[in-house]
Design a protein around this ligand. Structure first.
Ligand code: GDP
Length: 197
């Protein structure tokens, strides 16, 4: 699935700009600077599929990338960025909510969290929205290389325990590093499984 070309399909800054529903979609969400662009690039083997951000909070739209008609990866705008206006945040929440609730082919959302920092308030808010919408999500820890193995394992256990307390059941946390490639093969396998279902 990840050996052939991954191509940009569309960017949507408003609900009426969403591309028509095609193959199943998996959305990538996370706070600005969590390492989402780096993970998408590592996953697809493209150096600049998603821009590695110099300006956090700048990715202002949902970006759709097609993996040869079998799976679409959706890069969601980074949330929890303090320096954007209330009006912009409101516009975003509206777009994201409309997308998450209205997209029948959206199979799963991957919620990226920094291995060092865990869940922030904006992550909790997104999880509340997802649980209310009965939307399946999987937590992906990023930048695993920044911690010693014992610290990483301890954080994973803490975050996993938090997920188990959520109202709905969700797949196990994946631990990744775009820097070392840790967990990338597992993430590709998980996505290929979803595409094959
Ligand atoms: P985005 O804003 O979520 O798209 O995050 P980026 O991919 O732009 O990454 C934000 C910062 O974290 C950049 O300085 C990256 O070099 C760094 N970063 C991303 N992934 C990793 C990783 O796996 N390990 C380490 N150590 N740093 C990373």
């Amino acid at each position: 699935l990840f050996q052939r070309e991954c191509k940009f399909v569309a960017g949507a800054a408003a609900i009426d700009q969403l591309p028509p529903m095609g193959p199943i979609e998996v959305a990538f969400a996370g706070r600005s600077n969590v390492g989402k662009s780096s993970l998408l690039n590592a996953l697809t083997g493209r150096k600049a599929l998603a821009r590695v951000s110099q300006n956090p909070g700048r990715t202002q739209q949902l970006n759709f990338f097609d993996l040869h008609g079998e799976l679409v990866l959706v890069d969601m705008p980074g949330h929890g960025y303090a320096k954007v206006s209330k009006k912009t945040i409101h516009h975003w929440q509206h777009l994201i909510e409309a997308y998450l609730k209205g997209r029948a082919n959206l199979r799963r959302l991957l919620l990226l969290i920094d291995s060092r920092h865990g869940f922030k308030e904006s992550d909790q808010e997104l999880m509340d929205l997802l649980d209310q919408s009965a939307m399946s999500y999987q937590v992906v820890m990023t930048k695993a290389d920044t911690l010693k193995p014992a610290e990483l394992a301890a954080n994973q256990a803490t975050f996993q325990a938090m997920i188990r307390r959520r109202p709905a059941a969700h797949p196990e946390i994946l631990v990744t590093s775009a820097e070392t490639g840790m967990g990338i093969a597992e993430l590709r396998d998980a996505l290929a499984d979803l595409a094959a279902q």
